[in-house]
Ligand binder design. Sequence first.
Ligand code: 3PG
Ligand code: MG
Length: 416
Amino acid sequence: MRCNYHLSSVKLSSKKFSMSKFSSYDFKDQKALIRVDFNVPLNEKYEITDDTRIKAAIPTIRKILDDGGSVILMSHLGRPKDGPTEKYSLKHLVIHLRKLLQGATIFFANDCIGDEARQMARDLEPEEILLLENLRFYKEEEKGDEAFAEKLGKLGDVYVNDAFGTAHRAHASTAVIAKFFPVNKRMFGLLMEGEVKSAEKVLHNSEKPFTAIIGGAKVSDKILILENLLDKASDIIIGGGMAYTFLKAMGGKIGKSLCEEERIGTADEIMKKATAKGVCIHLPPDSIIADKFEATADTSDAPSNNIPDGWMGLDIGPNACDQFCNVIKRSKTILWNGPMGVFEMEKFRHGTKTIAKAVADATSSGAFSLVGGGDSVAAVNQFGYANKVSYVSTGGGAMLEYFEGKELPGIAAIKQ
Ligand code: 3PG
Ligand code: MG
């Protein structure tokens, strides 16, 4: 008994010790300036079609309000080129934000700096929220302008960066602003902490076998991540349009499948490096082929290295599904970035759906799985597996750059 008591108290105190800066910070009467990534898709009526990124920031906002602090939210939306533009106004998000944060008072400032924003920030009472207008209405944001960052910084007492999706941008509100706050008043929010923790686990602390599933259309987008993963993963599954450049590099006949001729040499090099490093690269042995890139195309299946002229591979075939699922099943760590086929079209959905299920099954058997990148996240959401994988990243470009081994400016600024 004594021993048990001793062990559990040690566990408890070490847990307390490792509480994050954000979790242990008391925000009472503090104005927290949070950089969020509310860059969400809107339809032509300015309705949000996917609120994942907003929802992901709610726990951070809640903790500050519950402590008795107030929240000033700043974000970009889209890529406005010429200052204020109706289409890119963050005012379109206010109603939805009110729904997600029921009970909270939310104000909107028509500008992110200037008298109005300053006054509204000053008047903010504990437990109230102020959403600022799009940061990118000022060119200074993307330029990483110091004076602009300093003006933004004056709005709050504490700076919280919770914008993992924008952490790869060295902009005023992500990378420059932090230095205007003392070290104890700049920190990651809960979303950023979660993202970094799961990415670090995969990249530096993975239990083996570690399988990376890399898909999508273009090899050129994925070369750096593949190179970096050659030093980390035990198996790399390559699917999607990019697989055909690899198959061609191996001498395969790929019909009119997607191929980046200028990347054939790179694909060959990656395969040679993988062999030298003992990493097993898995390419789809068969494909679902189509006579055109259309939802109504005629389809068939064929060996991926013997696709008839005039046909193209648009999904992985049944043997590829079996083979890939076996690899996934015996994995203890899984990273998935990029779909296996054109899953937006029903006829070419099966491969991506099968892989999503395999990743979910492996997770329920104890593997750690991280899914990131716009399309693969859309796929796990669409097929109902988002809650069945260990972590779904809110980062597209940011996640990719993280796994390429780059230091992200938004993360580095807080760590300094
Ligand atoms: C994203 O969605 O990629 C981030 O919000 C960053 O936006 P950006 O690609 O326009 O810089
Ligand atoms: Mg982007």
